[in-house]
Write a protein that binds this ligand. Structure first.
Ligand SMILES: [Zn+2]
Length: 352
């Protein structure tokens, strides 16, 4: 039989390996760590990787991000599949084209992160602000329970919100919608990094909680916190959980400020749901309960508030939920609609 020059790769009798399952990478770039999730079209998590963010002093320290994505790809290797897009949430201002204009916690200015990661991995990459990306990730996630108008409020080193209105992430013309951390709540309060005085961040962020405790101790208040070094928001919330009176009064005041700010946000935007996350929110019920108690007070005094902010409107995200990495997954999915198909927006429960 004469050879017909059959390309073995096209031989119909040759078993064909199934094409790799397409998946995207969602990346959370934080001040101290990078978290990566690899997620398929149906929302299945193939791998998760967390690496320290070690190159903070470098002007363009993307190596930890590359290493974290590579580690996740290696972990998912046994499952097979093809990386089709990357989405990244970054704590800072991001411009179109995935250029990080300013990320103070990372020491970054004008870093073309999307282009660098595309160069590294050969797939399209989208970059967004971390908090706004997280809000985008919650839309359509089962944790949002179908809500089309919701806010993700991150309480950590700073305070910020991502807004989803009528089923769409709302960024605003400057990409700054949701800067509730810089709403003034105490005009006679302390100076804020933004140049104003008495912003919500100066009374309810992690550093503000620690500062309040330090000031009270310096003024002679008795507390178990006197023996704690260094004083942190985490220590204050732990002391409150143990019943320390000073710590309890601080977390109650913080809860009152956050409740008012969250109520303002709900009333302004007619939100169905507010989900809380971030480092300070990770304290759990000792963080959430004072907020809920003050919301209940507002509700008891106003029929309008009771109607617009019914019980259950404000919740904390599970502490194991990588909100920003899931936000990165949402950004990547938007790029990967060809590989994933148009019906690829639903997300399954998190399995970490
Ligand atoms: Zn401010």
């Amino acid at each position: 039989m004469t050879g017909r020059g059959v390309d073995p790769a096209r031989d119909p009798d040759r078993p064909v390996a199934p094409p790799g399952r397409p998946f995207v990478a969602g990346v959370d770039v934080g001040g101290t760590k990078v978290a990566v999730l690899l997620v398929t079209a149906d929302g299945t998590t193939l791998a998760r990787s967390v690496q320290p963010m070690t190159s903070r002093s470098a002007p363009d320290g993307i190596e930890p991000i590359v290493a974290a994505i590579r580690a996740a790809l290696a972990a998912a290797g046994a499952a097979g599949g093809t990386l089709v897009a990357i989405g990244v949430g970054v704590p800072g201002r991001v411009e179109s084209g995935g250029i990080v204009r300013l990320a103070a916690n990372l020491g970054w200015r004008d870093v073309p992160l999307a282009a660098r990661l595309t160069q590294e991995f050969g797939v399209p990459c989208a970059v967004g602000n971390d908090v706004r990306s997280a809000a985008a990730g919650l839309l359509d996630h089962e944790l949002a329970g179908g809500a089309r108008n919701l806010a993700y409020v991150a309480v950590g080193t700073g305070i910020g919100a991502g807004l989803v209105l009528d089923g769409r992430l709302h960024l605003g013309p400057r990409g700054m919608a949701g800067e509730i951390g810089h709403v003034i709540v105490d005009p006679d309060g302390v100076a804020c990094t933004c140049g104003q005085r008495g912003c919500l961040e100066t009374v309810a962020s992690g550093p503000a909680v620690a500062r309040r405790a330090a000031e009270a101790l310096a003024a002679g208040r008795a507390s178990s916190l006197a023996a704690v070094e260094p004083l942190s928001a985490k220590a204050v919330y732990e002391a409150a959980a143990e019943g320390d009176a000073l710590a309890c009064s601080i977390v109650d005041e913080v809860g009152r400020s956050l409740a008012r700010a969250i109520a303002s946000l709900v009333l302004t935007c007619d939100l169905e749901l507010v989900l809380l996350g971030g480092g300070v929110a990770g304290a759990g019920n000792v963080f959430l309960d004072p907020i809920l108690a003050h919301l209940a007070e507002l509700r008891a005094g106003s029929r309008m508030v009771a109607e617009m902010i019914p019980a259950g409107t404000v919740r904390s995200l599970p502490s194991v939920f990588d909100a920003v990495a899931w936000g990165g997954v949402a950004l990547a999915r938007a790029l990967a609609t060809t590989a994933f198909g148009p019906a690829a927006r639903s997300a399954r429960p998190v399995s970490l």
